[in-house]
Design a protein around this ligand. Sequence first.
Ligand code: SIN
Length: 486
Amino acid sequence: MTQTQTTAPGHVPTGLFIGGAWREGTGGGRIDVLNPATDEVVAEVADGTPDDAIAACDAAEAAQPGWAATPPRERAEILRACWETMIDHTDELAELIVREQGKPLADARGEIAYSAEFFRWNSEETVRIRGEIGRAPSGNNQIIVHHPPVGVVLMITPWNFPAAMITRKLAPALGAGNAVVIKPPKETPLTALRVVELMAEAGVPDGVINVVPTSTSGDWFDAAVDHRAVRMLSFTGSTEVGRVLLRRASDRVLKTVMELGGNAPFVVFDDADIDAAVEGAMVAKMRHSAETCTAANRFYVEAGVVDEFAEKFTAAMAAVKVGNGLDEGVGCGPMINKGAVEDIDGLVRGAVTEGASVLLGGEPLPGAGCFYPTTVLRDVSHDSSIARAEIFGPVAPIISFTDHDEMIRQANDTEMGLIGYVYTRDLAKGLRTSERIQAGMIGLNRGAVSDPAAPFGGMKQSGLGREGSTDGIYEFCETQYIAASW
Ligand code: SIN
């Protein structure tokens, strides 16, 4: 059933935000934002054109020098006010996320706390951007190194974290003194628009943040990337799209930070605390309805404990209530759209054809909305297509292992290297295994690693650069060296 509603819930803006003002797109078009739990239209937002993307870059270019010249302490105080206002608006923002993205309300509230924390953390980093001074080895001069802002930054963000994937980029970019142009995903633009409205109220000057949703991403990007003021691209999304953007960004030799796909191995050794491993597996698989690039994608479980793990994990997955994220007790919301459900279904069918047995779930749920049940597969072969793909849904393939070296080889037999998980009571073995897994992040006896104070990012084709931590703000800076004599 489809019902049209032309205004967003509450007072959420639905225009483009350019130069501190709300406006319609020059093409006059609108994008329907759908609730994936009900198929209803939540709102229509302005559909930005390439001309709007250029106008946003012009506005950022005009605002950039003033913002870069603003004292770091003032920029930091504004970021701190952004943290406060997001926390104050937790209920409203979380509900908005559920309506346009579908995740359970508890996850959405968690996302707002996580998103806001990027502002607080980076407000603290903003006043601590360091340089260096040292005498040249020749003794003839001093070497001075400092870190000015990079310039106008393009940000392209995904639908799975409508708030956090924006603030993780925006907070350090603003802290470093850059102006930005954001293309939020067409599936979840409302959260982005409301967050920047709150940020403007918190004191971010006009033109420093510009937001232009669009239904024509390719044309939008082609126009923006060629704008003379754009100096950097920060992207979170699939490796496939990331490669295309990187090729295009290379025409202008842009600085890039790319957070791309994952295919996380989750390793359970036979000396692990199995109850703790199951608890960690539930977090690593199911947080945010399993639609995360950090989601555990392949469960390598040592043969001696595979029966116990499979039984307890299947029971825990079976206990998850799948439904509308606004409903009480729901632990897994809808997938983002029907296409996502079809993709997951295709992977599960393929795995079964390739010999996997279904312990739980395995068929899309009928009726309105985009629901797929929690699903556990056993006897999955490492070579099957499901172990090669990023599932992005509540499906857990279990692969039994006996030989440790062969398990590590299989865990690393992927072009992705975002994250891995290891469960063992033997800390030395856990650390040795962590070092051997080719991934930018490891959860050792932990099912969640994300933290604004830690470096988030991948090895291999999972990405370039890091977000969060002390490194995050320097990604949005240049390095200038001055050879000085006095
Ligand atoms: C992602 O899935 O893209 C991000 C996950 C996280 O920050 O935890």
